[in-house]
Ligand binder design. Structure first.
Ligand SMILES: NC(=O)C1=CN([C@@H]2O[C@H](COP(=O)(O)OP(=O)(O)OC[C@H]3O[C@@H](n4cnc5c(N)ncnc54)[C@H](O)[C@@H]3O)[C@@H](O)[C@H]2O)C=CC1
Ligand SMILES: CCC(=O)/C=C/C=C\C[C@@H](O)/C=C/C=C/C=C\[C@@H](O)CCCC(=O)O
Length: 257
């Protein structure tokens, strides 16, 4: 079954630049109304003005939101609803890679993402008189494998993966679909941080090989749109790497029954 994005309203966190910005662009092309949201107010406003010029002023707004702040997240959802009437799609994209400031990284990549998912359920769940909807979380291949140079980042993305799959188990009662996307390296400012954290751990030869296969932000946006539209694979993690055909990641079961 295909979910029709046209006319729906989407929130994308951390979308002033990078992958989030590209996801907003693709959602707008598909006919959604979009809330661009970020801590970076200047860049966020510039991005929004760019989109308004291309897609029309009434279809896109900027709402400043630091996902580590409860009041910001509540304001994000309530202003989005006040502007467009409902929130149908949420892409939890905001994330950083900073091993030194690892507590902040966990707050953004894990705590902020989980709180946003809870607010999505509060507003979208049919149990709460919502109309249902779709949530896509940005995990990473770092959520599925080990990584020497950025151990806490890897832990944070394992958490996103585990949380997303666990939400799926109750989706029958909420009618809110959860998926996560697990990209390999993508050519953004954040990938530079990955490079820096791995310089002392991986051989430069391996780093160069990995960097030679960087994905483009467009690849991830395409995958996110695919997940939103594909109603039949809820709860699954979607692997996006340049090494194999993009596909759902199948985790082996650990239960003997
Ligand atoms: N670039 C890569 O190689 C990969 C990135 N990812 C994930 O994709 C997501 C987006 O990353 P990129 O676009 O590469 O990074 P980016 O650094 O280009 O963009 C991240 C955006 O998040 C915003 N942000 C940071 N802290 C925030 C906060 N507290 N609240 C709200 N917004 C905040 C930043 O201002 C920025 O606009 C992240 O979750 C990242 O972990 C996953 C796999 C690979
Ligand atoms: C920007 C960060 C991100 O979200 C994506 C990163 C992409 C790759 C993850 C990374 O950290 C890759 C590391 C590669 C390591 C290579 C060799 C081994 O030592 C890995 C062993 C992996 C395992 O056993 O699971």
């Amino acid at each position: 079954m295909t979910y029709d994005i046209k006319g729906k309203t989407a929130i994308v966190t951390g979308s002033a630049r990078g992958i989030g910005k590209c996801i907003c662009s693709d959602l707008l092309k598909k006919g959604a109304n979009v809330v661009v949201s970020d801590t970076a107010e200047d860049v966020g406003n510039e991005t929004t003005a760019e989109f308004q010029k291309e897609f029309g002023e009434s279809r896109v707004v900027f709402i400043r939101c630091n996902v580590t702040k409860e009041e910001d997240l509540q304001n994000l959802y309530s202003k989005a609803i006040a502007t467009f009437g409902y929130v149908d799609i949420v892409v939890n994209n905001a994330g950083i890679l900073n091993e030194e400031n690892w507590k902040l990284m966990m707050e953004i990549n894990v705590t902020g993402l989980i709180r946003s998912c809870q607010l999505a359920l509060d507003n979208m769940s049919t149990k709460n008189k919502g109309k249902g909807g779709v949530v896509v979380n940005l995990a990473s291949v770092a959520g599925l494998m080990a990584g020497e140079g950025s151990k806490v980042y890897h832990a944070s993305k394992h958490a996103v993966y585990g949380y997303t799959r666990s939400q799926y188990l109750t989706q029958g009662t909420d009618n809110v679909r959860f998926n996560c996307v697990c990209p390999f390296l993508v050519d953004t400012a954040l990938a530079q941080d990955w490079d820096n954290s791995n310089r002392t751990f991986l051989t430069s030869d391996l780093i160069e090989k990995l960097k030679a296969h960087m994905l483009k932000t467009e690849d991830i946006a395409e995958a996110v749109i695919f997940l939103i539209e594909d109603e039949s694979n809820a709860g699954k993690a979607y692997l996006v790497t340049p090494f194999q055909k993009w596909d759902y990641y199948e985790q082996p079961s650990v239960l003997p029954f």
